[in-house]
Design a binder for this molecule. Structure first.
Ligand code: OOG
Ligand code: MG
Length: 260
């Protein structure tokens, strides 16, 4: 794929997002569409947002659980970027206006305490964080039917990032067993999805290990103060107005928001 084609596709994805008007999957038309093309398109999308005054808040990992890989029928982890404008306050309300077909999913997030410039081990990953949060991610795909034909499609679309909510930060997290924390997502007070922190990469810190590999191999460093979403433990749920969503993560805490 050529630079001019990537620029045009990044523009189309940005317009789709701003106009809430989904487009056809890129891979349907372009057969020579590589993962690196896709990340370059994602980078152009981030530049567009930064030029508009948004700032980088951190990154998200996606497709780090079996439930999500099955739901989306894709099999490799990927990352996307998060900006300050994507953040919804805990217990806040969120408007469906301007969204295409949003979904919500239960996650765990980290606060990075030192710059990450090379691939991490699991122990380094834990030692690189100063806090963890229960988190909800709101996804929205800029493609028709919230469906991808390829991993490249979703990477170019910033891993379907739309919004995120962080619960209260927990600094004293090292005593927790991240391979066995129950995660329960309630919709309108009823239990909707149940998983375990183990479902996220076997251990959510392993998602940070994967991110350190993916990002640094592209020359991207993580910075102290950024946050990272580790990926959803369960399948995502379609959002509807009037819905109330709450996540309880054992040992970490609760996070929620309501949808207008
Ligand atoms: C891709 C993003 C996946 C996760 O947590 O697994 C993701 C998608 O589902 O459209 O955010
Ligand atoms: Mg996610």
């Amino acid at each position: 794929m050529e630079e001019s084609q990537r620029t045009e596709l990044a523009g189309k994805l940005t317009d789709a997002r701003l106009e809430a008007s989904p487009i056809e999957q890129i891979s349907k038309e372009f057969k020579d569409f590589s993962v690196e093309d896709a990340y370059k398109i994602q980078d152009m999308g981030s530049k567009h947002r930064f030029d508009k005054g948004e700032f980088l808040r951190g990154y998200k990992m996606g497709l780090t659980s079996k439930a999500k890989r099955e739901q989306m029928d894709l099999d490799s982890p990927l990352y996307g970027f998060l900006t300050d404008k994507m953040e919804i306050s805990n217990e806040g309300s969120f408007s469906m206006e301007g969204m295409i077909h949003p979904k919500v999913e239960p996650e765990i997030a980290f606060l990075i305490k030192r710059d990450i410039e090379s691939p991490l081990t699991l122990k380094d990953a834990i030692d690189s964080c100063s806090a963890v949060y229960p988190a909800l991610e709101v996804l929205d795909s800029r493609y028709t039917q919230f469906k991808y034909f390829s991993l490249e499609d979703v990477i170019a679309d910033n891993a379907s990032s739309s919004h995120f909510v962080l619960g209260p930060e927990l600094k004293d997290f090292k005593k927790l067993d991240f391979e066995n924390l129950k995660m329960e997502m309630f919709i309108n007070g009823e239990l909707s999805q149940v998983g375990s922190s183990k479902d996220i990469s076997g251990n959510p810190f392993q998602s940070l290990v994967e991110l350190s590999h993916l990002a640094t191999s592209r020359g991207i460093n993580l910075k102290a103060g950024q946050i990272v979403l580790a990926g959803a433990a369960t399948a995502a749920v379609m959002m509807e107005s009037g819905m109330n969503c709450l996540l309880k993560v054992e040992g970490i805490g609760e996070v929620g928001f309501s949808i207008n």
